[in-house]
Ligand binder design. Structure first.
Ligand SMILES: Cc1cc2nc3c(=O)[nH]c(=O)nc-3n(C[C@H](O)[C@H](O)[C@H](O)COP(=O)(O)OP(=O)(O)OC[C@H]3O[C@@H](n4cnc5c(N)ncnc54)[C@H](O)[C@@H]3O)c2cc1C
Length: 299
């Protein structure tokens, strides 16, 4: 029986174009319209083309657009959209100040995918399982979306609208991700559970805590693979802010997360398993972030 699987070669014909500047990329998008697709590392797009879920007439590669690549540290961090997951995981400022993001990049399934896959592609593909999304959500990131004529900055919490869907408009390119400087006394962590190492998550979770002595003064918790989009948890955060950072408080917050998420049963895990694991990894990530906040080393 014929099946559209990832093992098939890409069959339909398409034009492959490699612009060297952002301006060129915008004019190509305008010229070829809705039948064109942007390609960064291709680790999601090529799979979708092989499975005939995408059949673009033109594939516009962003790989040679230098303006889109690299990490700039200052008051916060700006990460170019085509920066590879591998480059982010090795970045000194990421290591020093954004532990959850670093751990999310290190949790990627294989070295080859880390080298080819980009952070912009991970967000624009808008999988509920995108590993960098929960980490960037707890670091309070925003994305920069550009057309030839306009630029807008969208908080990542408002970016995803459904599986494979975002607020991006036709003709827009995600050019960069901006992260504010972490608050003094903060710590963060990311944890992921998957069936085997080379797989996307069954559940992943990121947390960020700010501590003042033994009190939690701010907190963010975000999860992946537990609903239609990567999601921030409001009730659990509300239960933690102003409390003492104790194992009991973290247990209670993790219970709230397990109650609030909306996982499904699919080939990777059952809904029941996802709730169970979410509670455990959120509790563990909170404990780790709390300890890091005290050390003041890895934020
Ligand atoms: C074997 C395998 C293992 C994987 N493991 C993981 C994993 O562990 N964790 C994980 O999160 N993901 C994983 N993935 C998914 C994938 O590797 C990531 O989502 C990756 O970060 C995608 O980046 P890319 O540059 O390859 O995206 P591409 O495939 O190039 O693009 C993805 C989508 O985003 C659009 N796009 C890309 N860049 C832009 C931009 N700058 N502006 C606008 N639109 C853009 C493209 O048009 C396309 O629709 C895996 C994939 C494979 C094949």
């Amino acid at each position: 029986m014929y099946m559209n699987t990832n093992t098939r070669i890409v069959s339909p014909e398409f034009d492959f174009i490699q612009p060297k500047t952002l301006a060129e990329a915008f004019s190509l998008l305008e010229e070829h319209g809705a039948t064109a697709k942007l390609l960064a590392g291709g680790t999601d797009l090529l799979v979708q083309m092989k499975m005939e879920r995408q059949q673009p007439s033109h594939v516009i590669s962003l790989a040679k657009v230098k303006e889109l690549e690299g990490i700039k540290a200052g008051d916060g961090l700006t990460i170019g959209a085509t920066t590879s997951i591998s480059a982010i995981s090795k970045s000194a400022p990421v290591k020093a100040r954004y532990a959850a993001l670093r751990e999310a990049c290190n949790a990627y399934s294989t070295v080859s995918v880390m080298l080819m896959g980009t952070i912009g592609g991970n967000l624009c593909n808008a999988s509920p399982a995108a590993d960098t999304a929960p980490a960037l959500l707890v670091h309070d990131a925003s994305v920069i979306l550009k057309t030839a004529k306009a630029t807008r900055k969208v908080p990542l919490k408002d970016f995803f609208t459904g599986p494979g869907k975002t607020v991006m408009q036709p003709g827009e390119i995600l050019t960069a991700i901006e992260l504010p400087e972490p608050a003094r006394g903060s710590g963060s962590a990311f944890l992921k559970i998957s069936r085997v190492v080379a797989d996307i998550s069954q559940v992943c979770a990121a947390v960020m805590l700010v501590r003042d002595g033994d009190k939690i003064t701010d907190c963010r918790i975000a999860l992946g693979s537990v609903g239609p989009t990567p999601v921030r948890m409001k009730h659990a955060v509300g239960a933690l802010i102003g409390q003492r950072g104790t194992p009991e408080a973290f247990d209670a917050a993790a219970e709230i997360v397990a109650r609030d998420i909306t996982p499904i049963t699919d080939v990777r895990a059952t809904e029941k398993y996802r709730r169970h694991v979410a509670r455990i990894i959120v509790r563990d990530a909170l404990l780790t972030a709390w300890q890091r906040a005290a050390e003041g080393a890895a934020k």
